[in-house]
Design a protein around this ligand. Structure first.
Ligand code: ACM
Ligand code: ZN
Length: 560
């Protein structure tokens, strides 16, 4: 049976070679479409299509396990829906052969380390890059050119397993291309996180910012402090409906729990690595820490008791900055975190930390005096700088939300600018690296259309086109200062997203638009063209069962 299959495949291939692009089962040349997102830097459509058959081989520059893994990934994708398996093998020579997909590494290419060249002709496919990561991105582009059925569960007609011929030269604009997920307000299973990463990889995101600790839940197992998950990972109930503007609040009366074991975390980090995604963990301090304080009340200024939060907002109880045991605790936690996450950066939060308790706390006031600090803002700066010093000593750098600018920026900190772009501008002018996540363009918890017609969200209005229009480099910066803008990130706060389906609804297709902001040169962006590509591209997400928001109907008619 195998022989017959391979004979048929060979016959099909020979007939394809003979008929080329005008073969009877092939779509017409004029039908070639290229639904690639983010848009490649240079893309030259060509005539004809390359057809995968049972004789197609994926061959790779020998001696590189990563290339073999990428080959297996591609083979799995194209083989699953048909009755043959595309073989993966090392190349005999550094040249492509007929009916192959050839991965080759060339460090002399005039591209950055994440760039690639993809050449599809009717005879063969070649992907060249300086690094395996570049090859991986070439494969993601190839994946988007394949029929969407490759992403689904059903079988397909092998005669349709083809890609349009094209010449692509591509590389990212920004080195940091991020997507965030808050698992504190709502917890999402490890399997959902793995899927979140898979989708990110399809759009060439390279950083996952995992917001792991919150007032409403501590979500990561820390062996030295078991109460964090025993107590801190559960809240007794959850607010029903919207938090804002109510006289009386309603709660659901249901306990809500969840956390990732260290084994879960290792699996997520390993899967991300396979997808060339760095996972940056966020351990919030000094604010958004009620779940930690509920677990270890001695870490707060008043000594508690505290309760894991059951509603949303900003809470006055934060870590005590006058207490040395706070720093011991955080250093111990960060030590375990560093063992789990190889990322160069550790995000330490820093946002929304009211100073009410510090103002009244004798220990915090004594710290201000002893350190010669001016006020509580400088005490926050002392707090963050002390943690930075600890992480720097372990070879890591911190990222903090833009509030860390107040009271003086820690010497090596990277700033995540979320309250608009001012924080980003200020940090770049001080020659600190910056990641842009301004709420008005990058907050995927905002409404995508008229709130009257949408599921409940936190507020705001961020339709697809507005995400697409975002320019991460503020014009206020000089060319020298612009270099400190590492890239942009989409933030996904989950107060009002209780299910994976709803997260996908809020993230896609806005994350497709932001992927293009991060990757494509500003001058190459074109919203009409993006929309055309998106239509075909979304068919891939549909095949994967992603609950993306359908296009259109995103006007906001309601007054603000
Ligand atoms: C934030 O949105 N509080 C960073
Ligand atoms: Zn205190």
């Amino acid at each position: 049976m195998k022989k017959i299959t391979s004979f048929l495949s060979l016959a099909l291939f020979v007939s394809f070679l003979l008929t080329g692009c005008s073969g009877s089962q092939q779509p017409k040349v004029t039908e070639n479409v290229y639904p690639v997102i983010p848009k490649p830097v240079k893309m030259e459509p060509q005539k004809g299509r390359f057809l995968f058959t049972g004789d197609t081989r994926i061959i790779y520059y020998p001696g590189n396990d990563e290339l073999q893994d990428i080959g297996e990934f591609l083979s799995g994708l194209v083989s699953r829906p048909v009755d043959f398996t595309v073989a993966v093998m090392p190349a005999d020579e550094n040249v492509s052969e007929p009916n192959t997909v050839f991965f080759s590494l060339d460090t002399t290419l005039d591209l950055n380390d994440e760039g690639y060249l993809l050449n599809i002709d009717t005879r063969a496919i070649e992907i060249k890059a300086k690094t395996p990561q570049g090859i991986f991105y070439g494969v993601q582009t190839l994946r988007q050119l394949l029929p969407p059925q490759v992403e689904g569960q059903a079988k397909m007609d092998a005669a349709a397993l083809s890609v349009p011929c094209v010449k692509i030269e591509d590389q990212p604009r920004f080195a940091y291309r991020g997507l965030h997920l808050d698992v504190g307000r709502h917890f999402f299973s490890k399997d959902f996180i793995l899927r979140y990463l898979d989708l990110m990889a399809l759009y060439k995101y390279n950083t996952f910012h995992w917001h792991l600790t919150e007032d409403q839940g501590w979500r990561i197992e820390i062996k030295k402090y078991p109460e964090l998950t025993k107590v801190g990972s559960c809240r007794k109930e959850t607010l029903v409906g919207h938090w804002g503007g109510k006289k009386k609040y309603e709660y659901d009366g249901k306990e809500y729990c969840g956390y990732y074991t260290q084994e879960d975390v290792k699996e997520v980090v390993a899967h991300a690595k396979d997808l060339y995604i760095t996972v940056i963990p966020e351990i919030e301090m000094p604010g958004h820490s009620l779940a930690a304080l509920a677990s270890y009340p001695q870490l707060g200024c008043t000594g508690g008791p505290y309760e894991v939060a059951t509603h949303w907002g900003v809470f006055k109880d934060i870590y005590c900055a006058g207490n040395d045991s706070t720093f011991k605790f955080l250093e111990d936690v960060l030590t375990e975190v560093m063992e789990l996450f190889p990322s160069h950066y550790i995000h330490i939060g820093g946002d929304e930390a009211p100073k009410d308790r510090w103002k009244k706390c004798p220990k915090c006031q004594a710290r201000i005096k002893a350190e010669g600090l001016k006020d509580e803002e400088e005490l926050q700066s002392y707090f963050i700088s002390r943690i930075e010093k600890f992480l720097n000593a372990h070879g890591r750098d911190i990222i903090g939300w833009d509030e860390i600018l107040q009271g003086g920026l820690a010497p090596h900190a990277t700033v995540m600018s979320w309250r608009g772009i001012k924080g980003g501008i200020a940090a770049a002018k001080m020659h600190h690296d910056v990641i842009m996540t301004p709420g008005s363009y990058c907050y995927f918890d905002h409404y995508q259309a008229d709130p009257k017609k949408e599921p409940l969200a936190i507020g705001g209005y961020l339709p697809l086109e507005k995400v697409y229009s975002y320019e991460p480099v503020p014009k206020e910066l000089s060319p020298e200062e612009q270099k400190y803008i590492l890239g942009a990130q989409g933030n996904v706060w989950t107060e009002y997203m209780a299910t994976p389906d709803y997260v996908e609804y809020m993230v896609y297709p806005r994350a497709c638009a932001l992927a293009e902001v991060d990757w494509t040169p500003a001058g190459e962006k074109d919203y009409d063209d993006f929309q055309q590509r998106l239509k075909g591209n979304l068919e891939h997400l549909k095949a994967m069962g992603v609950n993306y928001r359908p296009l259109g109907n995103d006007e906001k008619t309601m007054k603000k």
